[in-house]
Design a protein around this ligand. Structure first.
Ligand code: PLP
Length: 389
């Protein structure tokens, strides 16, 4: 049996507790809870009449818009290189199914890569990566793995989840050059690419260093908090290798989801044309995430946790090793136990590093930007705080 993904499991646990009348604070799921910009909501409303199935790879207008979006971000792209899906998660699954060979996975890494690799019959080779490296392995360490294991795929998440750090361009370049020498395909998950905080050196896509063998995935779930719209996209390289991969991915798609929802594809086409209202909204979200995450980082550091300053997105990944003795004295041993205690005793949902394939020690917090919006979560938070002595 395939077990629930850790992120969805915590989401459902907290939903159930809330439905049972318990107070919860949900910091476990990768969702920012920001409102939908009016213009984007209008684009979806305008597309409500689109009730037909569409082409498996995506509608021509959405593929054209995504091609322009990638091109304006430094990766020249034609519409034929783009495929849409109901979220980037199923696209990642289809890509892992279509790409040959075993998978090199940095540890920690987003929860689903390992599970999806296993589902498509691939072996996962974990390579530990320190939190400050932005999810990209050390080239020498990777070179050893490539010599010994001969894998086919390297997954890179730039910016990274769970660490919230961003790999530096030269580091990504060194790893891509190595991948090229070993005939490796790079699966570059760039879903947090629009949420790089001001002051962080801008990331460079692995596709810029390894253009012939890098697939890039992205979507609107994080930058615009549209996870519930279930829309994602991928860009394959130009040329025969990319064409074959696209055929493999659309083959999987044709047997599983047929096509992404037509109305959300139309709204995505509007978003991916970069209208000023969308750019302004994403910029505001980025500033908000940065401010909240920095404040939380200061609080964790003051409490004694080891925590890299976040560089993108809305996660913090503090290592609680310095607090271990104090926690053990209170009967809490390790990150999984602490996550369980936070949930059971305080209704606070977070994920232990183990869910991301890491050694015990760290916890991932999705810092709740919606606290600033006075949404229901914020109300719950205030209620929780009101009980504090
Ligand atoms: N990739 C990463 C690194 C993520 O964190 C997530 C969501 O949490 C996804 C992909 C999947 O996003 P979606 O399927 O909503 O596009």
């Amino acid at each position: 049996m395939v077990r629930h993904s850790a992120t969805l499991a915590i989401d459902e646990t907290l939903r159930a507790r809330k439905a049972a009348g318990q107070r919860v604070l949900h910091l476990g799921f990768g969702e920012a809870g920001l409102p939908v910009p009016d213009e984007v909501a209008a684009a979806l409303r305008d597309a409500a009449g689109r009730n037909g199935y569409g082409p498996v790879a995506g509608s021509p207008e959405a593929r054209r818009a995504a091609a322009g979006w990638f091109t304006r971000r430094g990766l020249p792209t034609s519409a034929g290189q783009v495929v849409f899906g109901p979220g980037s998660k199923p696209l990642l699954y289809a890509l892992l199914a279509a790409l040959p060979g075993d998978v090199v996975l940095p540890a920690p890494a987003w929860v689903s890569y390992a599970a999806q690799s296993a589902l498509v019959g691939k072996r996962v080779i974990g390579v530990p990566v320190p939190p400050e490296a932005g999810g990209v392995p050390d080239p020498e360490r990777l070179a050893r793995v490539l010599r010994e294991e001969r894998p086919g795929v390297l997954v890179l998440t730039v910016p990274d989840n769970p660490t919230g750090t961003v790999a530096r361009a030269e580091h990504v370049r060194a790893v891509c050059e190595l991948a090229e020498r070993h005939g490796l395909a790079v699966l570059a998950d760039e879903i947090y690419g629009e949420l790089v905080h001001d002051g962080t050196p801008p990331p460079v896509s692995p596709a810029a260093w390894l253009p012939a063998r890098t697939v890039v995935t992205g979507g609107l779930s994080k930058s615009l908090a549209l996870g519930g719209w279930r829309i994602g996209f991928a860009r394959v390289p130009a040329g025969p290798w990319g064409e074959e991969l696209l055929a493999g991915v659309t083959g999987v798609a044709s047997e599983i989801w047929s096509s992404a929802a037509a109305p959300t594809q139309a709204a995505a086409a509007y978003v991916l044309d970069d209208p000023p209202a969308v750019l302004a909204h994403v910029a505001a979200a980025r500033r908000l995430h940065a401010a909240v995450v920095r404040a939380a980082h200061a609080a964790f550091t003051e409490a004694g946790a080891l925590c890299r300053p976040p560089e993108a997105g809305f996660y913090l990944y503090p290592d609680l090793a310095p607090l271990r003795a104090g926690l053990a004295a209170r009967g809490v041993d390790g990150s999984a136990a602490l996550a369980a205690a936070l949930l059971d005793e305080h209704g606070v949902g977070v994920l232990p590093g183990e869910a991301f394939g890491d050694e015990p020690g760290a916890l991932r917090f999705r810092v709740a930007t919606s606290l600033l919006y006075g949404e229901t979560e914020a109300e719950r938070w205030r209620a929780l705080r009101a009980d504090d002595p």
